[in-house]
Design a protein around this ligand. Structure first.
Ligand SMILES: [Zn+2]
Length: 122
């Protein structure tokens, strides 16, 4: 296990409810092999929010499909941050929908869960 205790990242804090600075307590990195056709790397981290002190699990993922270009045309990898158990909600549940038929309510809740877990693609 790697120890990146001084490394600071910014990611979503489920307790603060927004992005905050987090100190990485422990991490381990997995990546593609040299002969693989597709290059990827994922760093699995246990991190502590610098604001409230809560602990979260974070993955930092890079792969060759997530490249952005600067104004001068230089390629730069875009790191995807994902926190567990909670992510920033894309859609919040509407209150007081008790008058909606149960089948529609179940579909509504399942759709919200898929959106917020980033299982849906558009
Ligand atoms: Zn926090």
């Amino acid at each position: 296990m790697e120890n990146n205790y001084k490394k600071i990242i910014e990611c979503f804090c489920h307790k603060c409810g927004h992005n905050t600075k987090h100190r990485i307590l422990f991490s381990i990195t997995k990546h593609s092999e040299d002969n693989d056709d597709f290059w990827w790397s994922t760093e699995y981290c246990i991190a502590e929010c610098c604001g409230c002190g809560s602990i979260t699990f974070v993955t930092l993922s890079n792969d060759e499909s997530n490249i952005d270009y600067n104004d001068d045309g230089t390629a730069e990898f875009v790191t995807k941050y994902k926190t567990y158990p909670y992510q920033k909600l894309i859609a919040k549940e509407v209150d007081d929908i008790w008058t909606v038929p149960s089948k529609i309510w179940k579909v509504y809740r399942e759709t919200l869960r898929a959106l917020n877990d980033e299982c849906a693609s558009f």
